[in-house]
Design a protein around this ligand. Structure first.
Ligand SMILES: [Zn+2]
Length: 479
C-alpha cells in the first residue's frame, strides 16, 4: 500500500517534476521567442526610425539649400505661383476650348481677347496689330510695359494652333494627375499661360515697376501670312528695341532649351525636255526626257548634300508626264502620261532647312550646280524662296542658358543645357534672332505637338511657371 502509495506519490512527484520541467522549457522557449520578437521589432523600429530621421535631415538640408539659393523675394514669387495655380489651369482650359486654327481668324481674336484682358490687369498697355486683308490672317496681340530698369525683354508666344474648325474637336481634358490634352494645350497655349502667370507673380510683388517688357503673341505662327516681310514687320521692328527675347514654344522637359533653330526656305525645280516616241529615249536625237532629268537632279542632291549636319531638303511634290498642271498655292496638280511618250515637263517643290545663312547659301549654290548639268535634250532651273531665317547659335544665347541653369539649380530641379538645334524646326523667334540674344523652349512640356491628342505635363506646369518667373525677375533685376 505504502509502496503503492509511495509509488503513487513517487509517480505524482515524477509527474510534477516532469510537468515543471516541461513548463520551464516551455516558458524558456516562450521568453526566448518573446525576446526575439521584441528585439526584432526594436531592430526594425530603429531601422525605420533611422530612415525617417535620415529623410527629415535630408529634407531640412534640402530646404536649407533651397532657401539659401532663393532670395526672400524669389520665395515670395514661388509662393504666389503655388497659390494661384488653379487660376492658371482655368485660363488654360478657357483658351484651349476656343478653336484658334490659324485660318479661324475669329477664334484667334477670341483667344487674343482673353490674354489681352490678363495683360491689362497686370499693368501692361495692350493693342491688336491688324494685317492687310490680302494676308487673310487674324493679326497679333502686343502688350507693353515701359520702364528703364534691367534688360529690355521680349516674350514670345502665339495664339493660333494647327487645328482648324473642320478637324475633329478635342476640348481640354485632364487624363490623369499628370497629363492634360486638348487642341494647342502644349503648342502653345500652355506656354502663353506660363507667360501670363509669371508676369502676374512679378506684378503682384511690384517687381515689374520701371521694367521694360514687351509680350508678343502672334496670330499666325503655324502658317504665317505671306509675305512674311508684311506679317512680321511690326514684330521685327519691336524686337530691334529689345535686348533679350525669350520664346515660350513647347519645352523639351525641364533640362533643355533651344539656343538655335534651323531656318527654312522653299525651292521649286522646273524641268523641260524634248518629247517624242519612247523607243528613242537615251538616243542623241531624243534625249532622256524630263522625268529622268528630274530624277538625276534629286538623286544628286541626296548623294552630294545629305551628309551635311543640320542640312535637310525634302521634295514634297513631284509631278510630270506628257501633260501636266501644277497649282503652287494649293500644292496640288494633275498629270497624264502614256508609257510610250518621253515626258516633256516636270515640276518638283521642296523645302530646305539649315542652321546658318552661310549653310543655306552654300547648299543653294551646290544645288544650282547640280541643276545646271542637264542630260541631253533637257533643261532645268531651280528657284529658291526665303521662308524663315535660322536662329543661329551665338555666345549671347549661351550666356542665357547659363543664367537659366543657375535658376533651375537654385529651384532644386537640376541643370539646364542647350538642346540639339537639329531637333527643332523654325519658329517666330527666328525672325528676330539676329537682333537680340535669345532662347526658346521655355513653354509647356508635353508630347505630340501638331498631332490630334497632343498632351501637356500638368505636374511640370507649376515648375515651368516658376522657372520663367525667376528668369524674367533676374534679367530685370540686374543678374
Ligand atoms: Zn508653336
Amino acid at each position: 500500500m505504502t509502496n503503492t502509495l509511495f509509488c503513487f506519490g513517487e509517480r505524482i512527484q515524477c509527474k510534477a517534476l516532469a510537468k515543471m520541467l516541461l513548463n520551464r522549457i516551455f516558458s524558456f522557449i516562450l521568453t526566448f521567442l518573446l525576446k526575439f520578437c521584441i528585439l526584432a521589432l526594436l531592430n526594425h523600429f530603429t531601422y525605420y526610425m533611422k530612415k525617417i530621421l535620415a529623410f527629415f535631415i535630408a529634407l531640412l538640408v534640402a530646404d536649407n539649400i533651397f532657401s539659401q539659393s532663393l532670395s526672400a523675394t524669389e520665395q515670395k514669387i514661388i509662393a504666389y505661383i503655388n497659390t494661384h495655380i488653379k487660376e492658371a489651369e482655368l485660363l488654360l482650359k478657357q483658351t484651349v476650348d476656343i478653336n484658334s486654327g490659324t485660318l479661324n481668324k475669329e477664334g484667334v481674336r477670341k483667344v487674343g481677347a482673353i490674354f489681352r484682358n490678363e495683360f491689362d490687369k497686370t499693368g501692361f498697355a495692350t493693342n491688336w496689330v491688324n494685317l492687310p486683308d490680302s494676308l487673310n490672317r487674324a493679326g497679333h496681340l502686343v502688350a507693353t510695359h515701359k520702364g528703364k530698369k534691367g534688360k529690355r525683354l521680349l516674350l514670345i508666344g502665339h495664339l493660333d494652333t494647327v487645328f482648324e474648325p473642320d478637324m475633329a474637336p478635342s476640348p481640354f481634358r485632364i487624363l490623369n494627375d499628370s497629363t492634360a490634352t486638348g487642341q494647342g494645350v502644349n503648342d502653345m497655349k500652355g506656354g502663353d499661360v506660363i507667360v501670363v502667370m509669371a508676369l502676374r507673380a512679378l506684378h503682384a510683388q511690384g517687381l515689374l515697376d520701371d521694367a521694360s517688357v514687351t509680350v508678343y503673341f502672334t496670330g499666325d505662327e503655324e502658317n504665317s501670312g505671306k509675305p512674311s516681310g508684311v506679317s512680321r514687320y511690326d514684330f521685327v521692328e519691336r524686337a530691334k528695341n529689345c535686348d533679350i527675347a525669350l520664346g515660350f514654344e513647347s519645352a523639351a522637359g525641364l533640362h533643355t532649351v533651344a539656343t538655335a533653330r534651323r531656318g527654312m526656305s522653299d525651292w521649286r525645280l522646273t524641268v523641260t525636255a524634248k518629247t517624242g516616241h519612247s523607243s528613242g529615249v537615251f538616243s542623241k536625237g531624243a534625249g532622256y526626257g524630263a522625268i529622268y532629268e528630274a530624277a538625276r537632279i534629286l538623286n544628286s542632291f541626296r548623294t552630294e548634300l545629305s551628309g551635311e549636319k543640320y542640312l535637310t531638303f525634302n521634295p514634297g511634290v513631284f509631278i510630270g508626264g506628257s501633260e501636266m498642271e501644277f497649282d503652287a498655292k494649293k500644292a496640288a496638280g494633275k498629270a497624264m502620261g502614256k508609257t510610250n511618250i518621253i515626258s516633256p515637263a516636270v515640276t518638283v517643290t521642296g523645302d530646305l532647312r539649315f542652321l546658318t545663312e552661310q549653310q543655306k547659301e552654300n547648299a543653294r549654290n551646290k544645288m544650282r550646280n547640280i541643276v545646271s548639268n542637264s542630260l541631253d535634250g533637257a533643261q532645268a532651273s531651280i528657284f529658291f524662296q526665303d521662308g524663315i531665317p535660322a536662329m543661329e547659335p551665338t555666345a549671347g544665347n549661351d550666356s542665357l542658358v547659363k543664367l537659366l541653369d543657375k535658376v533651375t539649380r537654385d529651384l532644386g530641379i537640376g541643370n539646364t543645357q542647350a538642346g540639339d538645334p537639329g531637333s527643332r524646326g523654325a519658329g517666330d523667334i527666328s525672325y528676330i534672332a539676329k537682333y537680340v540674344d535669345c532662347i526658346d523652349g521655355l513653354g509647356a512640356s508635353g508630347r505630340g505637338a501638331h498631332a490630334p491628342g497632343e498632351t501637356m505635363n500638368m505636374k511640370e506646369f507649376p515648375v515651368l511657371i516658376q522657372r520663367a518667373a525667376l528668369l524674367i525677375y533676374r534679367l530685370l533685376h540686374g543678374e
